[in-house]
Design a protein around this ligand. Structure first.
Ligand SMILES: NC(=O)c1ccc[n+]([C@@H]2O[C@H](COP(=O)([O-])OP(=O)(O)OC[C@H]3O[C@@H](n4cnc5c(N)ncnc54)[C@H](O)[C@@H]3O)[C@@H](O)[C@H]2O)c1
Length: 279
């Protein structure tokens, strides 16, 4: 059996938000593939410690970079640190983002601007500066973690959905301009995933069951589900996918029709299974 089907061994993979719920998992899964991992996050001590642990656990080279992705100077310094150590950058996974809840009518300008800054400008700066290196090398893959909420508004989440919708378009623009240089840009759109951040939502079994009913695949997503897709999109195995939006939501966004009450006893899974059948 070919254990290196993805061909990620020795690839230089930079991951932002590296010590967050998803980033931690992505770093580990790329390390399992034998990739060289560049961990980028604002939380310096945690990032250093995790880089050390990955190197020990998986015998891979790692580099911890403390970087605020909204700072041009810090992003440029991160690019320099990576190219000084590894000479190239094969993969960039943009993960660092924030979600702050607020009814739209109460959203303050500074909250709006902060979300735009981290979720959109941060992705832009990382993509442009790491992308310049990829253009020079004439190869590279970028995977941007977006969300299904980029297509359907996440109510009361302030600017979150707007920023992620913009990320989807930014990714397409880079794909269109940089495909000619061998640089690909794709978005992964997760939804209903159990992460350290969202696990409280699932502590109530009724909430978990209610959510499962709305998903075509009838289960809540896991970090493995997202990481597997990210690794595939980062690898040459997805080489002809460029400018894509890959949903990883168990088919949740296909279910809108199933949620609409229908006459005449037409079968509906989400609703029929929520209420006891009428005798
Ligand atoms: N958790 C979910 O269920 C879910 C669902 C859909 C999409 N997403 C997306 O997945 C991504 C990761 O989510 P998560 O649950 O891991 O979040 P998280 O809050 O656990 O992790 C985010 C990480 O990003 C870092 N970070 C934040 N701002 C930064 C900045 N300016 N510069 C550098 N680092 C910064 C934080 O320090 C943290 O380590 C986000 O893009 C989010 O929109 C998450």
């Amino acid at each position: 059996m070919n254990n290196n089907w993805l061909g990620l061994t020795d690839k230089v993979v930079a991951i932002t938000g590296a010590v967050g719920g998803m980033g931690t998992k992505f770093c580990e899964e790329f390390a399992k593939q034998g990739a060289k991992i560049v961990l980028i996050d604002m939380i310096e001590d945690k990032t250093q410690a995790y880089a050390k642990k990955l190197a020990e656990d998986y015998g891979v080279e790692t580099l911890a970079v403390k970087c605020n992705t909204t700072s041009e100077a810090e992003v440029d310094a991160a690019v320099k640190a990576v190219t000084d150590k590894f000479g190239e950058i094969d993969v960039l996974v943009n993960t660092a983002a924030i979600l702050r809840f607020s009814p739209f009518e109460d959203l303050r300008l500074d909250e709006w601007q902060t979300a735009l800054n981290v979720n959109l400008t941060g992705y832009f700066l990382m993509s442009q500066r790491f992308g310049r290196v990829m253009i020079q090398q004439k190869h590279g893959a970028m995977v941007h973690i977006s969300t299904v909420a980029s297509r359907y508004p996440e109510t009361y989440s302030g600017a979150y959905s707007t920023t992620k919708a913009a990320v989807n378009m930014m990714s397409k623009q880079m794909a269109a301009e940089w495909g000619q240089y061998g640089v690909r840009s794709n978005c992964v759109l997760p939804c209903l995933v159990k992460t350290p951040l969202s696990k409280n939502f699932y502590s109530d079994p009724e909430v978990e069951d209610g959510r499962k009913r709305l998903v075509a695949s009838r289960r809540i997503g896991t970090l493995d589900d997202i990481a597997n897709t990210v690794l595939f999109m980062a690898s040459d195995r997805s080489d002809y996918t460029n400018g894509g939006e890959i949903t990883v939501d168990g088919g949740l966004n296909m279910m809108i029709s199933d949620m609409i009450p229908k006459p005449g006893g037409r079968r509906q899974y989400a609703i029929d299974n929520h209420q006891p059948a009428k005798k």
